[in-house]
Design a protein around this ligand. Structure first.
Ligand SMILES: [Zn+2]
Length: 226
């Protein structure tokens, strides 16, 4: 493939403002392509690399596991110490007659982030090895649908207010999960800021081409053996 051919991407792109069809070209990172007629922004260059996204998602998944396995805080008063995990907090809320709050907490701080991370890793890991996972579109739709329901920051804020209020009545020691929870929030925000649908489809297209050329090579060698 000639360098000039490599620079021009295979497809056309229509300007959202004036409908002018233009050739899509590879852009350097964070560069912007503008319409040649009306100067509107057509698309942006790669926001991040696939390896960076995978590293962030894996780090986030490990931190998320730690957050769910270890106690979030230990309360001690009059010689009695009580500690609870994230899931334990939801259970306690349900036992105290607040099932709606318990379900909301479970969904927004455990279920939805877990779904988001699973969908992301399910898509990114095979792409890294040049394979397009089956159900890629479903996983992407799930990621888009789940994202608005992830409310880790809201929970952390609520938790901080509760801990400060309780600190007047009991001595409180934040657990490992509390610190990893802060880490999860930082990494999640970083992931969200780095994620770009355009990058994802570009990686998918590259993996699809790699898959096709592997299939072609296999067919070629099978032909040669005959
Ligand atoms: Zn235009």
């Amino acid at each position: 493939m000639k360098a000039a051919d490599a620079a021009v991407r295979r497809q056309w792109i229509a300007c959202e403002q004036c409908d002018l069809l233009q050739h899509e070209v590879e852009l350097p990172a964070r560069a912007v392509a503008c319409c040649r007629r009306c100067d509107a922004v057509l698309y942006r260059g790669p926001r991040t690399r696939l390896d960076t996204m995978i590293a962030l998602a894996l780090a986030c998944a490990i931190m998320f596991l730690v957050t769910n396995l270890f106690p979030i805080a230990t309360l001690s008063t009059q010689g009695i110490a009580v500690s609870t995990t994230l899931f334990g907090s939801a259970q306690l809320l349900a036992e105290q007659g607040r099932p709606v709050v318990a379900v909301l907490m479970f969904v927004t701080t455990i279920l939805v982030p877990a779904l988001e991370l699973s969908a992301l890793l399910y898509m990114l890991l095979p792409l890294r090895f040049g394979r397009v996972p089956s159900g890629m579109t479903t996983a992407f739709r799930m990621l888009l649908a789940a994202h608005p329901w992830s409310m880790l920051e809201v929970f952390l804020l609520g938790l901080l207010v509760t801990l400060v209020k309780l600190s007047e009545l009991a001595s409180i020691v934040p657990g490992i999960a509390f610190w990893s929870f802060c880490g999860v929030i930082v990494l999640f925000s970083w992931l969200s800021a780095s994620f770009s649908t355009r990058d994802l489809w570009r990686w998918t297209e590259d993996a699809r081409q790699a898959q096709a050329s592997r299939a072609q090579a296999r067919a070629g060698s099978a032909e040669a053996l005959r």
